[in-house]
Structures are given as structure tokens and as C-alpha cells.
Write a protein that binds this ligand. Structure first.
Ligand SMILES: C[S@@+](CC[C@H](N)C(=O)[O-])C[C@H]1O[C@@H](n2cnc3c(N)ncnc32)[C@H](O)[C@@H]1O
Ligand code: SF4
Ligand code: SF4
Length: 408
């Protein structure tokens, strides 16, 4: 079959990425773009940087860059918004940060519509549809169709319930990228880690269908003790490469929340960071290899940092706003106030990007017994948020924009 995607370097995409009213600002950020691989969608003539930025050129890319500029000028813009559309899930993953959540409610379509309309006014560029498992909702396609044309949507899933008609309809929505979880290259291990006997087969089936429909497709690997050497990471990446249908490999470190609450990963993090950097280096040298995104690198001080509660918000399945999908703290709820008012409450505490993962930062302050409702009640959440105020000063990407604005 004819290849529909190719991977390029900055010089090959620079006329496209700079095709924006904000080209001076983008040019100023060049050093961040020269170290990455871009994916070209040959069918739609669209280019992708990674899962945390919209594709370009186009209105969502311009909206995103304009939002970053406004943040540097002192405004607050929730550039990214995740919607936990359901608390239901058919899996029981050993690592799930939602392991303490009991509430299986679904966000109503009316609430989603209202939140998206507020987000549209507030400048949100990227909306993530997540869960639980979003595809357990029968009305999932109705929800995906609500994503406004000014935004791009990301869908996070295990791959369950993917079939040809679904992906064909998906391709007609504003979902431009879909991320399927794949924790290992061996079927038995995936099924065991997910607590579901078809996890591996459903994931692979979804990846193939998405690729056939030419939807940008990624896998998410939560690095765990199962893959614990640089050779194992290479094996995983080679396996994904051999599938010939994946555009991005996202590697995240295990966040000590939910089922992993209280676990000490310090030593493991140090090793994984070394292994994954080495493996990414090898992948980056091969122009045929999909883009490898290391979250610990991208969400660090050297790139965009942690945007929890500042550039990024989550609406939980019960309407509670949390700073990040993995953080079980909440001080406002969209069933009680509009998104703007809810975000304004967060603006009192989250005034910069962080240089470490807020999920990790807050984990040591969570009650050990987990007996309270999750997200934790407002008074406890407020108390922890006050203890964990981020004072790091912005990460490089945002600092660079601030410097440019201040010089002008
Ligand atoms: C919460 S799930 C929701 C979507 C869907 N249920 C899935 O698993 O893909 C989103 C992603 O978070 C990852 N995840 C869950 N718990 C995690 C943790 N403690 N640390 C890091 N990633 C985690 C999952 O592996 C998955 O890739
Ligand atoms: S990681 Fe995803 S699939 Fe696994 S239990 Fe959590 S929500 Fe379900
Ligand atoms: S809390 Fe962690 S997972 Fe969430 S946005 Fe920040 S770095 Fe990413």
C-alpha cells in the first residue's frame, strides 16, 4: 500500500510551520523544533509536531500560538482541556491513576456542549476525549462531533469497539489524532497488565483501522518494570515500527497516583530516563521511524514544563475540574459554575508552568487510606493545592516567548 505519512526535519517543514500570522514568534522558538521529527500527512497536506500541539498550518495552530502569546502577556488561557467523558472501564490496569475512583457517571452531552462552548471563548486549542474508556459510551460519536472547528481533538482509548464504520465517521470529526494504549509487545503481558483478555488484540486492531483511515495514530507506553532495559525499549519500538501503522510512540513515566499511590519510583525514573533517551536517539536517526515523544523530557523545564491547572485543565466525569487528569484534587465543578469561573479559581494558585510533574509533586500529600471521595473534597484539595503552589518560574518554551514579548 502507498505510504500516506512521512517523517521530516524542521528545514523541510519550516515554510509550513511559519505559514501563520505569528511567524515571528514561531521562528523565535526554532531551537525547540529543530530537535524533533515532524509527520507529514500526504493526503491532507497537514503536518504534525507531537501530541501536545495542534497540526499546522491552520486555524487551530494559529489559535494555539496566539494563546501562548497571550499567556506571556499575563492572561490565562486553558490551551488544553481533557474531558473524562465516562468513569466506566472494562479493564483493570495495575497502574491506573484512576484506580481510586468509584464514580462511574458519564458527563452529559449537554454539559460537554456547554464546556466546549466556554472553552471556545476562552481560547482552548486542543481537547482530549478520555475516560475511563470513552468508547464504552454508545453516544461517543455524538460527543466527538461536538468538537468545534477551531479546535483539534485527541481521542485516548484502549482500542475496544473500533470497527471500520467507526473510524470512517471519526475521520469526519475534528479528532485529528488517536492514542491507543499498548503496554508491552507481548500479548500475554498486555492482557495481564490490563486485566482484560482481549486488550492486546483490540489495541492492534484499532491501530490498523486508524492507519487505514489515515488518522494520525499513536501508542502510549507507560514505562513499567515490564520493560526495564534499553534493549527492551528498542524491542518495544521495533515491534511498534514493524506494525507499520503508528505515527507516534509516547512514553510516559508511571505517576504515583491511584493504583500506584505511595510507590517510590525515584530509582526506576532515573534508569528509565536514561534508557528511553538512548532508545529515542536511535529512533531519531532513522528517518523511517515514527516520532518518539518522551513526556518526562517534553514536560520538563527544558521544553514546555508541566501545565497542570495553568495551560491545562481536566473536567472529570462528575463535573469536577482537576488540574490534570492524573491529579485527584478539585476546587470547582462545572455542574455548579461555568468553565470560566471554575478556571478563575485555579488562576489564583496556578500562575506558571512547573518544572516537575504536578501529579508526582502532590502524591506525597494525599491521604494514605484513600477513604475520602475521589477527587478529594474541596477543603482537602484546597489545602494540598496551597501546599504545592508552583513557583518554579516558566519552562524554557514559555520563558522564551516572555523574553521576546518583553523586548518588543
Ligand atoms: C486513563 S487512560 C484513559 C484512556 C483509556 N482507558 C486507556 O487506557 O488508554 C489514559 C492513559 O493514561 C495512562 N495511565 C494510567 N495510569 C497511569 C499512571 N499511573 N501513570 C502513567 N500513565 C498512566 C494509561 O496507560 C493510558 O495510556
Ligand atoms: S488505564 Fe485506561 S484502560 Fe486501564 S483501567 Fe485506567 S482507564 Fe481503564
Ligand atoms: S501533572 Fe504530570 S502528567 Fe499532568 S500535565 Fe503535569 S507533567 Fe503532565
Amino acid at each position: 500500500m502507498k505510504r500516506k505519512k512521512v517523517y521530516l526535519g524542521y528545514t523541510e517543514v519550516c515554510d509550513k510551520i511559519l505559514n501563520s500570522p505569528y511567524c515571528a514568534l514561531i521562528e523565535n522558538q526554532k531551537e525547540f523544533y529543530t530537535t524533533t521529527k515532524f509527520t507529514e500527512d500526504l493526503v491532507h497536506e497537514r503536518y504534525y509536531y507531537n501530541c501536545l500541539a495542534p497540526s499546522f498550518p491552520g486555524i487551530t495552530w494559529d489559535r494555539y500560538i496566539s494563546g501562548i502569546k497571550r499567556m506571556a502577556e499575563g492572561h490565562f488561557v486553558p490551551l488544553m482541556l481533557d474531558l473524562v467523558v465516562t468513569g466506566k472501564c472494562h479493564c483493570n490496569c495495575w497502574h491506573c491513576f484512576r484506580g481510586d475512583y468509584q464514580d462511574q457517571r458519564e458527563l452529559s452531552v449537554k454539559t460537554i456542549e456547554r464546556v466546549l462552548s466556554d472553552a471556545q471563548e476562552m481560547g482552548t486549542a486542543i481537547v482530549g476525549i478520555t475516560g475511563g474508556e470513552p468508547l464504552l459510551r454508545k453516544d461517543i460519536m455524538d460527543i466527538l462531533r461536538l468538537i468545534p472547528s477551531s479546535m483539534e481533538g485527541l481521542l485516548y482509548s484502549t482500542g475496544i469497539h473500533f470497527h471500520e464504520q467507526f473510524v470512517q465517521e471519526l475521520a469526519e470529526t475534528r479528532i485529528t489524532r488517536c492514542f491507543i494504549s499498548l503496554d508491552h509487545y507481548e500479548r500475554e503481558k498486555v492482557n495481564k497488565m490490563r486485566g482484560f483478555s482481549h486488550a492486546y488484540d483490540y489495541a492492534l486492531n484499532a491501530l490498523q483501522l486508524l492507519s487505514d483511515a489515515n488518522i494520525y495514530t499513536g501508542v502510549t507506553l507507560c514505562a513499567t518494570e515490564g520493560i526495564d532495559s534499553v534493549e527492551e525499549f528498542w524491542r518495544y519500538m521495533d515491534f511498534v515500527y514493524s506494525l507499520d501503522c503508528v505515527d507516534e510512540i509516547r512514553i510516559v513515566l508511571p505517576i504515583p497516583q491511584g493504583n500506584l499511590k505511595g510507590k517510590d519510583f525515584k530509582r526506576f525514573y532515573r534508569d528509565v530516563i536514561r534508557w528511553t533517551r538512548e532508545a529515542k536517539k536511535k529512533a531519531d536517526q532513522d528517518t523511517d521511524y515514527p516520532n518518539v515523544v518522551l513526556f518526562n523530557e517534553y514536560e520538563s523545564e527544558d521544553y514546555v514544563g508541566c501545565g497542570a491547572g495553568y495551560t491545562y485543565l481536566t473536567v472529570n466525569n462528575d463535573g469536577a475540574i482537576t488540574p490534570c487528569v492524573c491529579v485527584p484534587l478539585s476546587i470547582s465543578n462545572v455542574n455548579e459554575v461555568d468553565l470560566k469561573t471554575a478556571y478563575a479559581e485555579y488562576n489564583k494558585f496556578f500562575t506558571t508552568t512547573g518544572c516537575t510533574c504536578y501529579g508526582r509533586r502532590t502524591s506525597q500529600f494525599l491521604p494514605k487510606d484513600g477513604g475520602d471521595t475521589i477527587p478529594l473534597p474541596e477543603n482537602i484539595s484546597r489545602d494540598i493545592i496551597e501546599k504545592c503552589i508552583v513557583k518554579d518560574g516558566n519552562a524554557s518554551y514559555y520563558r522564551n516567548v516572555e523574553n521576546m514579548i518583553n523586548k518588543a
